[in-house]
Write a protein that binds this ligand. Structure first.
Ligand code: SF4
Ligand code: SF4
Length: 135
């Protein structure tokens, strides 16, 4: 299995350093790959990254919510294509420095399916620059 980073990732990179197998990679360019991604072939499912994430964006693959209820002040980040009414976010969110190209806070009670992240994470390592960089 693997763990999966979802659309509530705001790229503060808090998860990167705790991963014992260094499989969490920032997506670039951010306009195409707005989150950090977990290499499913390398992740050992240790779970160390989960409590490090201030926005609770990381889930075991089989627990990614199909109907996640957002909290007040919580952001979604995505590409302009998927989140056309988003805006750049650069600053402090809950005491953590974030900088993302396109995000919005839909408000408490907004329900979203976070499971598309699973395929996107896989796609990043098949198609994205992270895969190329690994050779
Ligand atoms: S679950 Fe463990 S191995 Fe997998 S990405 Fe998180 S810290 Fe790394
Ligand atoms: S800690 Fe959470 S929000 Fe920060 S980069 Fe990692 S997954 Fe994204």
């Amino acid at each position: 299995m693997t763990h999966v980073i979802t659309a509530i990732c705001l790229r503060d990179t808090a998860c990167v350093d705790v991963c014992p197998v260094e499989c969490i990679i920032p997506g670039k360019p951010e306009s195409e790959w707005p989150w950090l991604y977990i290499d499913p072939d390398t992740c050992i499912d240790c779970g160390a990254c989960v409590p490090e994430c201030p926005y609770e964006a990381i889930f075991p693959e089989d627990e990614v919510p199909t109907a996640y209820t957002m909290k007040a002040g919580q952001y979604l980040a995505d590409t302009k294509a998927n989140l056309p009414d988003g805006k750049p976010l650069d600053g402090d969110v809950g005491g953590h420095k974030v900088k993302v190209e396109n995000a919005k806070a839909p408000g408490a009670g907004f329900v979203i399916d976070l499971t598309p992240a699973t395929e996107l994470n896989k796609a990043f390592f098949k198609e994205g620059p992270g895969y190329s960089a690994k050779g």
